[in-house]
Design a binder for this molecule. Structure first.
Ligand SMILES: Cc1cc2nc3c(=O)[nH]c(=O)nc-3n(C[C@H](O)[C@H](O)[C@H](O)COP(=O)(O)OP(=O)(O)OC[C@H]3O[C@@H](n4cnc5c(N)ncnc54)[C@H](O)[C@@H]3O)c2cc1C
Length: 355
């Protein structure tokens, strides 16, 4: 069968790219085997501010606006609310942090995101004697529901194959991609950390042992805390994210050594230890999840094609904030492929040739 595109991987990169294809009436088929899904594990938080340093995240305005619009539109299309606006509160540790917040909220690039006041803590279940700072334009996507519904949506039109893509069966001849029974004009690889198994993806940086996609394992615990009654996301040394029904996602950890997706006792202990310093109410750990963030040495994604082929395209390296950045990046990638619009150097995969 003939298709315009094959897409490999239905995490947030693949999903947002499929939406570009749908919007532009391109035919395609997606492969996903359900392994190493960073998107499913993520908390789905959309937040424009680095809350450790009170600085804007990379392309904050563009990425946040574009992602909120994207998830709202997709919710309408799929008939389910996938995005919830939810305030983010940063717990202050000292008077100095309160002052830093007020200074930051006066900066041009942050005025629209930081509320310039110190909010008092009225909740006995939270230990926050210095109060909170509130961030605007924040919210949460439900990634599990998002991926599941989107898969079902694609299945209805026979656009999804629940199988592992076998790289050795891919051929490129005379500007056409051949894979099993499919002939396509282009193939887009969006496999997150699993790009490590893709022979078409550049693995190591020239003359280095360093991998192009750097693993960064993250774990969350899910707790039940009936007395917490929190309706905002909280950030201190970790995030506490309300999931409803007295459940909260708490994390995450960062580990650059382990590339398994098994949950660990050490991560659980670390998270519980941090959490007991913040909560004064009882809680019970009911679950734990782990995933691998596909990060890069310069914290920018890898988009576009390599010198070898214009038909083999990559959308990877979304790092720690893919839920936020993917909607906007997918538009840039589509415009690059279909209209030849140049990709900014900082996100173009070709920059790795210089490393
Ligand atoms: C603990 C944690 C918390 C996070 N929290 C946030 C957050 O709050 N906000 C935010 O913006 N970002 C967050 N992130 C980052 C975000 O999750 C990632 O940037 C993003 O999910 C990466 O998406 P992706 O599509 O590139 O990869 P993935 O989500 O990993 O998707 C890749 C897909 O490819 C498939 N695949 C791979 N190889 C093959 C193959 N050979 N054949 C078929 N299918 C294949 C896999 O099954 C998978 O579904 C978090 C990440 C982690 C781990």
């Amino acid at each position: 069968m003939k298709r315009d595109y094959i897409v490999v991987g239905l995490g947030i990169a693949g999903l947002t790219f499929c939406e570009q294809l749908k919007k532009n009436n391109k035919s395609f088929v997606v492969f996903d085997s359900g392994k190493y899904t960073s998107t499913l594990v993520s908390a789905g938080v959309i937040n424009p501010v680095v809350l450790k340093r009170f600085t804007p995240v990379w392309n904050a305005k563009e990425h946040v606006e574009s992602s909120i619009q994207f998830y709202k539109k997709l919710s309408q299309k799929l008939g389910v609310s996938l995005f919830e606006e939810m305030p983010m509160l940063r717990i202050f540790k000292s008077n100095e942090e309160q002052n830093n917040w007020m200074v930051a909220s006066d900066k041009v690039e942050l005025t629209e995101f930081l509320v310039p006041k110190i909010i008092k803590n009225n909740q006995a279940s939270i230990n926050a004697p210095f109060g909170f700072g509130k961030v605007k334009s924040t919210g949460r996507v439900n990634p599990i529901q998002l991926i599941q519904l989107y898969k079902e949506y694609l299945q209805k039109s026979n656009q999804f194959r629940n199988e592992k893509f076998e790289y050795e069966k891919l051929n490129e001849e005379e500007n056409t991609i051949f894979y099993k029974d499919i002939m396509a004009k282009k193939i887009v690889f969006s496999e997150g950390y699993s790009a490590k198994d893709n022979p078409y993806f550049p693995q190591n940086i020239k003359d280095h042992q360093e991998q192009l996609i750097i693993k960064n394992k993250g774990e969350y615990i899910i707790i039940k805390a009936p007395d917490l009654k929190l309706d905002a996301m909280l950030k201190t040394s970790l995030f506490i994210i309300p999931l409803g029904n007295d459940l909260y996602k708490v994390g995450a950890t960062y580990d650059r050594e382990d590339d398994t997706i098994t949950t660990t006792h050490s991560a659980k202990t670390e998270l519980i230890s941090k959490l007991t310093k913040i909560l004064t109410c009882p809680f019970e750990v009911v679950d734990q999840v782990a995933g691998i963030r596909p990060t890069t040495r310069d914290r920018r994604p890898f988009l576009g094609t390599l010198n070898k082929s214009n038909h083999i395209v990559f959308f990877n390296g979304l790092g720690t904030r893919g839920i936020t950045s993917a909607p906007s990046l997918s538009i840039q990638l589509y415009n690059f492929i279909e209209y030849g619009k140049k990709l900014p150097k900082e996100i173009n995969i070709k920059r790795h040739y210089k490393w």
